[in-house]
Design a binder for this molecule. Structure first.
Ligand code: ARG
Length: 447
């Protein structure tokens, strides 16, 4: 049976914010004393007491009490036990509404830093694979049909670019949320001569919030984290899906390290790509939390409403899920062995050169649409005869267009790749540029 009184308790999950809560309280107490709002000796006692509280929490000795509902009340009660009535001065000029808004911002700021570091690690692994297999040509796909040969490195660097945009999204969010909400009080501001800018500086914020009502009601920064996390998970799920497909016997493009596959309990031959599958699956819960926070905020009147307490569990789960998924990819990718012989042989599939052959005819003066038609008819003929384009004698080619000559056989996968030499294309020198760009970004991020 559940007790109805448990319904409002948040202590078992908001205790995760204890470091942020204590840091905010210390900065607030110091400011109150500097402004002559509370006696300096009380502020000293509060700050020392909060240090003891933090030690107790970290040693697992803190007497958490669910009857006190949340983290804030637990800490305040313990502080009173430790230092006496002076503890009662800490909450001067503050409300739990601006306090929780502060704690969440401090937590999100750290979460963004950790997330960006995790994304960088995956980028590093992707650039490493691009470097390791820099010359390998593989089939590139559209509609999951072999389309045109590309460099494997080009494929890996496509993911590097996606994650680069993800990092940009997290950084944009970090810049927008870099505002201290403390000093907003319950909603209207506080009737004390506080120095909000000093608190902002002490806690590493670049600015203070401009409107107290907005500051206590705002959770946009959580929405932005969720949205960026959902997008990053979407990207990772696409890579996960490719890894799943590529490690099937049908494709046989890659082999994952043993520690990233599991056998079946009854089928001894299996090497299941479980980590990639679970990453693909976990994307769903991160999307769910995004929809949940948007729905939580929808239609909420100003300012603080207790509904907002429900903003935390989904957020923490999204942070945990994304960081864990990034750690998995950073560990899994470097040990993913590419079956270069296999992908190169498939890249030589002459059907994928059909576009190049059409371009060849364009080079001989044919309009592209006409050349495309010639090649479509030629491919159909080859399919009927179960022959590849490269096996076709020149006499056969010439039945479809008199423009075909001996040099048609010079069109190979390698030539096709090399021909895509415009910026952003898959030609080896262009991919080398892409890799250099990636390495430069990573080097700059390390400084
Ligand atoms: N536990 C609350 C939350 O997470 C803290 C703020 C409570 N404020 C209040 N007026 N009851 O949102």
């Amino acid at each position: 049976m559940t007790d109805h009184r448990d319904y409002t308790v948040s202590m078992h999950y908001d205790r995760r914010l204890y470091r942020q809560d204590i840091a905010g309280s210390k900065a607030h107490a110091a400011m109150l004393a500097r402004q002559g709002i509370i006696p300096p000796e009380d502020a000293d006692a509060i700050i020392a007491g909060l240090g003891r509280v933090q030690d107790e929490i970290e040693r697992g000795e803190f007497p958490w009490d669910a009857a006190l509902e949340d983290l804030h009340m637990n800490i305040e009660r313990r502080l009173t036990d430790l230092i006496g009535p002076a503890a009662g001065r800490l909450h001067t000029g503050r409300s739990r509404n601006d306090q929780i808004a502060l704690d969440l911002r401090l937590y999100t700021r750290e979460a963004i830093a950790d997330t960006v570091a995790g994304l960088r690690n995956v980028q590093r692994a992707l650039a490493g694979l691009a470097e390791q297999y820099r010359d390998v040509v593989m089939p590139g796909y559209t509609h999951l049909q072999r389309a045109q040969p590309v460099l494997f490195a080009h494929h890996m660097l496509a993911y590097f670019e996606m994650l680069e945009r993800d990092i940009g999204r997290f950084q944009d969010g970090a810049a927008r949320m870099d505002v201290l909400p403390l000093g907003s009080g319950a909603l209207a501001g506080v009737p004390y001569p506080t120095d909000r800018n000093a608190v902002a500086a002490a806690l590493g914020f670049s600015a203070i919030s401009a409107n107290s009502m907005d500051a206590v009601a705002d959770r946009d920064f959580l929405v932005e984290y969720h949205a960026a996390a959902a997008t990053a998970m979407m990207h990772l799920s696409r890579l996960a899906e490719e890894i799943v497909i590529w490690s099937s016997r049908e494709f046989d493009f890659v082999r994952l390290a043993d520690e990233f596959t599991t056998g079946s309990s009854i089928m001894p031959q299996k090497r299941n790509p479980d980590f990639a599958e679970i990453a693909r699956g976990k994307t769903g819960r991160v999307y769910g939390h995004l929809v949940a926070i948007l729905t939580l905020l929808k239609g909420l009147p100003l300012t603080y409403n207790r509904d907002l307490q429900e903003d935390k569990e989904g957020f923490f789960d999204t942070v945990d899920t994304l960081l864990a998924t990034l750690a998995v990819f950073a560990a899994m990718l470097p040990g993913m062995a590419l079956n270069a012989a296999r992908v190169e042989s498939l890249a030589g599939d002459s059907y994928m050169l059909a576009t190049d052959l059409a371009d060849y005819l364009v080079g001989k003066g044919l309009p592209f649409r006409e050349a495309h038609g010639v090649m479509r008819r030629l491919c159909r003929r080859c399919e009927e005869g179960d022959r590849s384009l490269s096996e076709l004698p020149l006499s056969e080619y010439r039945k479809f267009s008199p423009h075909f000559a001996d040099d048609v056989y010079a069109i190979t996968a390698a030539a096709s790749v090399a021909a895509r030499d415009n910026p952003g294309g898959t030609a080896p020198n262009r991919v080398a540029e892409g890799l250099a760009r990636a390495q430069k970004i990573l080097a700059e991020a390390e400084r």
